[in-house]
Each structure stands twice: as structure tokens, then as C-alpha cells.
Design a binder for this molecule. Structure first.
Ligand code: SF4
Length: 235
């Protein structure tokens, strides 16, 4: 399946724009090593400069494809997407082996995820949502919410207290010491008050960033997330 697929018409009412669905291991934070179905939604206005899924930022009408074409996508990053309604999406997920479902993006919390998650949970899936914290997560009470807060990005969206309060875990990328200072100032109070785990994720797994993370984890009682999928060369 190549990226230059023909566009098809289709109204997006009550549906989600899906970039891709694939199975892998969750490589980060609390669910590291867990077989998972990843549902990547299209659309994100946050604008992180290091984003490795920039192809998901725009929902361009001309890039709409059929559900079948989306399901045949290869691993090549591609900005095409298919509008999927809840039954269609849930059925695709159900056909996979994994019980754990990760809804990611893009920024999945741009959308009201409750209908989709409720359906998946009714079929005994556990659902994790990965979000930037710039939207209030519209999820079910059982949803595991991973907030990776993105401060002062070009999209100008603030990180919301409501999103941080809903987090089951907080994950923060770290490249330099200044990110540790941000975690200490803005996120550690939540860790202290609510016991929400804080995971530090070294950017690009560089030895310098990893060293900063390990030192801070020891000092402040946080944890280090190492993107283990990259060590074994899987998605
Ligand atoms: S929030 Fe996520 S998808 Fe959006 S720009 Fe940042 S890293 Fe990329």
C-alpha cells in the first residue's frame, strides 16, 4: 500500500480519522512489553518540533482513503487516513490478538473517545490513551490515561490541569537538564499529591539524556522509560 492512494468521498459524522492500526509491543512506561493494538488517529495542532509523527498533524480531505486501504498500509509514514465509525473500528481491533489497546496519534483527545472505548471495554479490552495534556480527555472511568505534557509548543495550546489530574501516569521527554526543572516545577506536585508515576524518557536514547534521567529518577523518586521497542527494532 503506497501513500499516493486515490481519495474517496465520505462524511466524517460520528467517526474517527484513523491513520493506521497495527500490533506491536508497548515499549514505554507502565505497560512496557505488553502486546498491544495501536490505533493511530489523524490530527494534532500541538506542534512539537521533534515530533516523529508529523504526518498525522493535518486532516486533509484529499488524503482520505477507504477503510480497506488504511488497513493495508505498510509501515511507511503516510498522511492518508480513513474515517471509521465505532463498530468498524472496534471490529478491526477485535480481529487482532492483543487485549491491550493503545489509542495514540496525533492527538487522540481532540476527539470524544468515550463511544469507542466503551465498545472496546464491553469486549473486554483494556484501553490506554496517549495524550499531550492539551485537551480534556473524554474517556471512560476505566481508561488508562498517559499524559505526555507538551509545554510552550508552536501550536500555542496550554497543558490543562484537568488533563494532568486525570493522568494514570505522566511521561516527559528529556533532552537537557532544563526539562528536569520543568518536571520538578510543574509535574512533581501532582506526583507528590496523587502518587501519579512520573516517567522520564530520554530523547533519542542519547547517553547524555539517559544519564540526566537516571540521576533525576534516583534523586526525586521518578522512573525512566527507555522506549524498549527501539532496542529490538520493532514499531
Ligand atoms: S503532541 Fe504528539 S503528535 Fe502532536 S506534535 Fe507533539 S509529539 Fe507530535
Amino acid at each position: 500500500m503506497q501513500c499516493d492512494v486515490p481519495a474517496v468521498a465520505g462524511p466524517p459524522v460520528g467517526t474517527y480519522p484513523v491513520n493506521e492500526i497495527f500490533e506491536s509491543l508497548q515499549g514505554e512506561a507502565s505497560f512496557t512489553g505488553t502486546p498491544s493494538v495501536f490505533v493511530r488517529l489523524q490530527g494534532c495542532p500541538v506542534g512539537c518540533p521533534w515530533c516523529d509523527t508529523k504526518h498525522t498533524w493535518q486532516v486533509i480531505p484529499e488524503r482520505e482513503i477507504s477503510v480497506g486501504a488504511m488497513g493495508e498500509k505498510t509501515e511507511q509514514p503516510c498522511d492518508s487516513y480513513a474515517w471509521c465509525d465505532v463498530p468498524t473500528l472496534a471490529n478491526i481491533v477485535r480481529a487482532a490478538d492483543a487485549e491491550h489497546v493503545v489509542i495514540t496519534g496525533g492527538e487522540p483527545c481532540m476527539y470524544d473517545l468515550r463511544p469507542l472505548i466503551a465498545k472496546l471495554e464491553a469486549w473486554h479490552h483494556r484501553v490506554q490513551v496517549e495524550t499531550s495534556g492539551t485537551y480534556v480527555p473524554l474517556v471512560t472511568p476505566s481508561t488508562f490515561v498517559t499524559v505526555s505534557p507538551k509545554y510552550a509548543m508552536s501550536g500555542g495550546r496550554p497543558v490543562l490541569d484537568e488533563a494532568l489530574a486525570r493522568a494514570n501516569e505522566i511521561k516527559h521527554p528529556v533532552g537537557k537538564q532544563r526539562e528536569i526543572n520543568i518536571v520538578l516545577e510543574k509535574l512533581d506536585p501532582i506526583h507528590q499529591a496523587r502518587g501519579t508515576p512520573i516517567w522520564l524518557q530520554p530523547l533519542s536514547l542519547s547517553s547524555r539524556a539517559t544519564g540526566i534521567c537516571i540521576q533525576a529518577a534516583h534523586r526525586y523518586g521518578w522512573r525512566v522509560s527507555l522506549q524498549t521497542h527501539k532496542f529490538i527494532n520493532i514499531r
